[in-house]
Design a binder for this molecule. Sequence first.
Ligand SMILES: [Zn+2]
Length: 307
Amino acid sequence: MRRALAIGLTAIAVLGGLWVSPILARQPYNGPLFDAHLHYNDEACVHDAPAPGCPHPLSDVLARMQRNGVQAIIANSRPNDGTKALAQAREQTRAAGVTVVPFIRLYRDRADYNNWFRDPSIAELVRTELTQGTPSGPYRGLGEFHLYDSANAQGAIARELMVLADQQDLAVLAHVDDVAVEQLLRHTPSQGRNTRLIWAHTGIGGTPVARVDELMARFPRLMGELSYRPGLTCDDGQLCPEWRALILKYPDRFMIGSDTWINQRWLYYDELMKAYRLWLGGLPPEVARQVAWNNGARLLGLPDPGP
Ligand SMILES: [Zn+2]
């Protein structure tokens, strides 16, 4: 009876020119989001300076997260003061419903981007931060760090920090190419088997999907964060077919992130999250929930916040 009615209504809609394609009819994902790549850098706020030194105070960035349903973040900031400011604001973050998962950024300033992998003072910085922790608890990971040339994955400090990550069960957020992913993982005592490496952007240079697939198969704890990933979405804002297939093949291995590396990303934070919700809504609901929330929560031991 109901089925007959539905068919009848569909026929009327088609005849009346009201046919809505299945893709247009999809609803954006409306559950919680885990932002697995968030910076609160000193361009956004120098924490002991009033405006204009702080164009995006805590109240502003937390409001952006809250209104977008972002309920947890991997916070990593240049310098680490931004992450500590988030970690310290216990009442404000609780009120906004945001759990802060702190990672140690390896950079004091921009010069460190190109030198950290061979600079012993960076290993020193990491050990000091690990000892001190943050007001919301211990650091849970290292990064984001960059390797613009994969050969630098062989740097002494890059090796040392990957061993440290394995020994202390720290996750790693790495902006590197596919060759460096393999090299970094091979430096670890577990040869990458136990290493929770989050591949920032999952190949920002456009690593072929087949190669991403190969690495996911080889390293069972490798995770892919999807900001700035070329070729991820197609004209309709939905996942391109090969990415949809890859995410369906590894539904527990991908995460979303904002990468607020410059203030413009804060200004467009709403649009970024809306774009994620749009393509997440095109996935089966249980897979959308995994990519949006569960994968990050599982990786870092967060409770389920409910619907
Ligand atoms: Zn980043």
